[in-house]
Design a binder for this molecule. Structure first.
Ligand code: PXP
Length: 236
């Protein structure tokens, strides 16, 4: 199982003081040295953590894969086309949210998403779309031309009680199978931590998990390198 490490929170800490440290590029190098298979950053329209300069610096130093989470706004798509991350993950974005809340509604925004997918792919960027594990959304991801999909695990992570958790896991399993049957590479993420990750990691069709908050939170106490190693061991 591959591990994508989201380092947005390193920049969040820097921005708490509008300071120069901690430096996201150092986090990226350390995460890669500790087993990360890709580095994930979200360039938000309000630039609340990662900024344009971070993205250019990361493009220069990341030796695994740089996965840029992004909205489908024209300005952000143009930046991605200039920076050329290995991968773009299209996500919904609202100014007032603390983190990405739900998956992208590909059915509702189909033509705009398809246009963004084609533009990014034309620049040689792999495109993944972050959606809730619903079959009709998954079908639309494939129709929009994306060859990769990231299933939103937030509902599973927030499930109250065993029954609800099992229901969410079954939903993720069926979604992963369906996406794979359409020929897509299947990833998952959001809200995964050291307690809940293994039940998702055993789903055969899922190739990669993208994790941020829990790794950076553990990193505060044990060091980021150790936290990445622990997670990589756990998901394998
Ligand atoms: N995947 C996507 C598409 C996300 O937007 C996020 C949050 O930035 C994550 C994964 C990681 O979520 P978490 O920080 O809860 O691990």
């Amino acid at each position: 199982m591959r591990l994508g490490v989201n380092i947005d929170h390193i920049a969040t800490l820097r921005q708490a003081r509008r300071a120069l440290e901690p430096e996201p590029a150092f986090a990226a190098l350390l995460a890669e040295k500790s087993g990360a298979d890709s580095i994930v950053v979200h360039l938000r329209e309000d630039r609340r953590h990662i900024n344009d300069n971070d993205l250019y610096v990361l493009r220069g130093i990341v030796r695994t894969r740089l996965n840029m989470e992004m909205s489908i706004s024209k300005k952000i798509v143009d930046i991605a086309c200039a920076v050329k991350p290995n991968q773009s993950t299209l996500v919904p974005e609202k100014r007032e949210e603390l983190t990405t809340e739900g998956g992208l509604d590909v059915i509702k925004n189909f033509s705009k998403i398809k246009e963004a997918v084609l533009k990014l792919q034309d620049e040689g960027i792999d495109v993944s779309i972050f959606v809730d594990p619903h079959l009709n959304q998954i079908r639309s991801v494939s129709k929009a031309g994306a060859r990769m999909i990231e299933l939103h695990t937030g509902r599973y992570a927030n499930a109250k009680g065993k029954m609800q958790e099992l229901k969410c896991l079954n939903e993720l399993r069926s979604a992963a199978k369906f996406a794979k049957s359409l020929g897509m590479n299947v990833f998952a993420g959001h809200g995964l931590d050291y307690n809940n990750v293994t039940r998702v990691a055993v789903i055969n069709e899922i190739e990669e998990l993208n994790i941020g908050h829990s790794i950076v939170a553990r990193g505060v106490f044990v060091g980021l390198g150790r936290a990445v190693k622990d997670m990589k061991e756990l998901i394998n």
